[in-house]
Design a protein around this ligand. Structure first.
Ligand code: ARG
Length: 282
């Protein structure tokens, strides 16, 4: 297991638990700050493209095995973060995780709402670099189909939704406080797309990670507050009804001057949209 500080910053919930030996699930506090830190509860119908990646075998059943987020970009294709599906994160290659699945249409992880759909195939983007987290994309082909109403469109590179100042929403079942308080019910936080500058200054390289504007997107609030957090990785950042980012990494959660870093969806949007049969996997 790599143990550089930079790795530590981007490790998913799963790895955090493996490293500390603490069981994955902490009781959900009565009052939680945030996704998502500084967020609010939502019903999955408000962001139906938000799915949970889960394996009860690997992560236990107390939160239905949820360990990362994902987003439906076609009826049988889910986009998530590459770092969620590495051997480091899962403790085994994804093909060996027999009960790897997505959970869709479910607000409360412990309810029977929505559907659990098995994963047929996982493909890590060839440009993914584990050391920098650049190209943090993975494509998950499902064994079944989601309703078309659950699918969100990806914003192409020239979409104004990438413009700094744009209001965006991040959603997931991640840590709500930065202290390991993983949510049982889906939450969202309202953030803004920030200029690349804000992340370049926050993450110039070295222990906190390196921001690369070509493949990453910076979002949050300058003063801190609302942000994605551990366990939200791979989940959606949506602006104006279009997907612009996937939760990727950051230094802590919601800290002033340390915005959230997202995988920039325009990097894969065009390739996917121009691939015939994208629903079969890129
Ligand atoms: N790497 C984390 C995960 O795997 C996501 C961290 C996001 N952090 C942030 N401050 N936005 O769940």
């Amino acid at each position: 297991m790599r143990s550089s500080h930079a790795r530590a910053l981007i490790r998913p919930l799963a790895l955090a638990a493996a490293m500390t030996g603490i069981p994955l699930v902490t009781a959900v506090p009565a009052v939680a700050g945030g996704v998502v830190v500084g967020g609010f509860p939502i019903d999955v119908s408000q962001a139906p493209w938000t799915v949970a990646l889960a394996s009860r075998d690997r992560f236990g059943g107390t939160r239905a095995g949820q360990f990362c987020g994902g987003v439906a970009i076609a009826r049988s294709l889910v986009l998530t973060a590459a770092h969620c599906l590495t051997e480091d994160a899962l403790g085994a290659p994804p093909s060996r995780v027999r009960d790897l699945r997505i959970i869709a249409g479910r607000t409360d992880l412990l309810s029977g709402e929505g559907r659990e759909i098995a994963v047929r195939d996982v493909r890590i983007d060839p440009s993914y670099e584990a050391t920098t987290n650049s190209g943090d994309f993975a494509f998950v082909t499902l064994a079944g189909e989601l309703p078309q109403s659950a699918v969100v469109a990806m914003a192409p590179a020239d979409d104004p939704a990438y413009t700094p100042g744009t209001e965006a929403f991040v959603s997931g079942w991640g840590d709500t406080t930065g202290g390991g308080d993983y949510a049982r019910r889906l939450r969202a936080a309202r953030v803004h797309v920030l200029p690349d500058d804000s992340c370049a200054r926050a993450y110039p390289g070295g222990p906190e990670g390196t921001y690369r504007a070509a493949t990453m997107l910076c979002a949050g609030e300058v003063a801190g507050g609302p942000d994605g957090c551990q366990g939200d990785s791979g989940g959606p950042l949506v602006a104006g009804g279009r997907l612009i980012g996937l939760v990727s990494w950051g230094s802590g959660c919601g800290r002033p001057g340390r915005p959230g870093v997202y995988a920039r969806v325009s990097e894969v949007a065009q390739a996917l949209q121009s691939t015939p049969g994208a629903t079969e996997g890129p």
